[in-house]
Ligand binder design. Structure first.
Ligand SMILES: Nc1ncnc2c1ncn2[C@@H]1O[C@H](COP(=O)(O)OP(=O)(O)O)[C@@H](O)[C@H]1O
Ligand SMILES: [Mg+2]
Length: 364
């Protein structure tokens, strides 16, 4: 029964009781004419009526208490839990009806929303802490090297021209690494604000990848990683893409292949495949691989597998989230396949651009 009905019934009951009492007393006085008997009768009936009234009032009070005040107390207690930051205290709306059902439901909605946003905040804070500790680690490693090699030159440890040159080159490489890290961070903040500076243009896929492979090939060769490159695309295949951002994708994926490599005979292969109206790129390594439980999460920002989190290698866990964002902004999609201990393959697909089709469309 809803609150209004309950109050109306209570009000009518309480009002009708004294009226009934008065009416029945008067009736008795009139019906029984004998003054002695009537007095005795009236007194007795007053007692009986009073007892009935008290009983009625008790029943009605319990009824109102059960239907109203009990729920108000429950709500009060629930609010206390919320105020103390305990968002696990739930109220079952199916137990009650009327206005209280709506109130309990509103409480539950509020509780779940608060719980969700609190959990999100805690997660964000943990991620930020981890990000800061990873960045610190990432920045510290090259800085320590730069400092060490610079000291080597100052202290005269690099005593030959050849050694000096090697030291300076290492310092230069480490500075480049720092630059790359800082760029990744700047880029990351632009991702968060949805402000990636895209410059889309028609791109010849084969030409683009030939250049890319030339560039990463040298780096991989210096690291003793064997690179194989296979191109099954027709010459002149076009896509609409931003070459700078697409290069970022390749560098990030290959950067991971280098970073998570654990084999003696290291190998990376790049394949360009024709998928009818799309171009499919596969970049495979024979590194330590990713456990199947982690595979679906590696594209989430800040996600790092336990194995890489526990390793001495730094990392922010944002590389692949940037990669995914760029590929999706190109209208494509990306996924990974991997076998733990054997290696990982990143696949991405971008739609081809057909110039003739466009010309046909224009002529229609
Ligand atoms: N080629 C790979 N081999 C093994 N693990 C990988 C590879 N690429 C990515 N991962 C896993 O995916 C996680 C997320 O990658 P990424 O977003 O680039 O972050 P980061 O490299 O900074 O840790 C890595 O921490 C690593 O655990
Ligand atoms: Mg990475």
């Amino acid at each position: 029964m809803n609150l209004r009905k309950r109050l109306v019934v209570t009000f009518i009951t309480l009002l009708s009781l004294p009226i009934m009492f008065l009416l029945s007393s008067l009736t008795l006085v009139f019906v029984i004419r004998d003054p002695l008997l009537s007095r005795h009768f009236v007194i007795q009936s007053i007692w009986i009526m009073t007892a009935i009234m008290i009983l009625f009032v008790l029943i009605v009070t319990t009824w109102v208490n059960r239907g109203v005040f009990k729920h108000i107390r429950e709500l009060n207690e629930a609010m206390d839990h919320i105020a103390k930051g305990n968002f696990d205290y739930s109220l079952d709306e199916n137990r009650v009806d009327g206005e209280f059902r709506a109130l309990f439901k509103a409480y539950e909605d509020m509780r779940l929303k608060l719980k969700e946003s609190t959990e999100e905040r805690v997660r964000d804070e943990a991620q930020n802490r981890e990000l800061i500790s990873n960045i610190t680690h990432d920045l510290k490693t090259p800085i320590t090297s730069i400092k060490g090699y610079a000291e080597g030159i100052i202290d005269g440890v690099a005593d030959t021209d050849e050694k000096k040159e090697r030291y300076i080159r290492t310092i230069y490489d480490k500075t480049k690494e720092l630059d790359r890290l800082l760029n990744e961070l700047t880029f990351y903040s632009s991702i968060d604000n949805n402000k990636i500076p895209y410059n889309f243009k028609k791109l010849d896929v084969v030409d683009f990848f030939n250049d890319c492979v030339d560039e990463v090939g040298m780096d991989l060769e210096n690291r003793n990683i064997y690179l194989s490159y296979e191109n099954l695309l027709d010459r002149g295949t076009l896509i609409i893409a931003d070459p700078v951002q697409l290069r970022k994708v390749i560098n990030n994926i290959i950067g991971n292949s280098i970073k998570y490599m654990d084999k003696e005979k290291k190998a990376v292969s790049i394949r360009l495949l024709d998928a009818v109206d799309s171009v499919r790129v596969e970049i495979e390594d024979n590194g330590k691989g990713i456990a199947s439980k982690d595979l679906a999460n590696i594209f989430e920002r800040f996600y790092r597998t336990d194995a890489s989190r526990n390793s001495s290698q730094g990392g922010s866990g944002i590389g692949l989230s940037i990669v995914k964002k760029i590929i999706e902004d190109h209208g494509g999609y990306i996924w990974a396949t991997s076998k733990e201990g054997e290696g990982t393959c990143m696949h991405f697909v971008i739609r081809k651009y057909f110039e003739t089709k466009k010309a046909d469309e224009e002529s229609v």
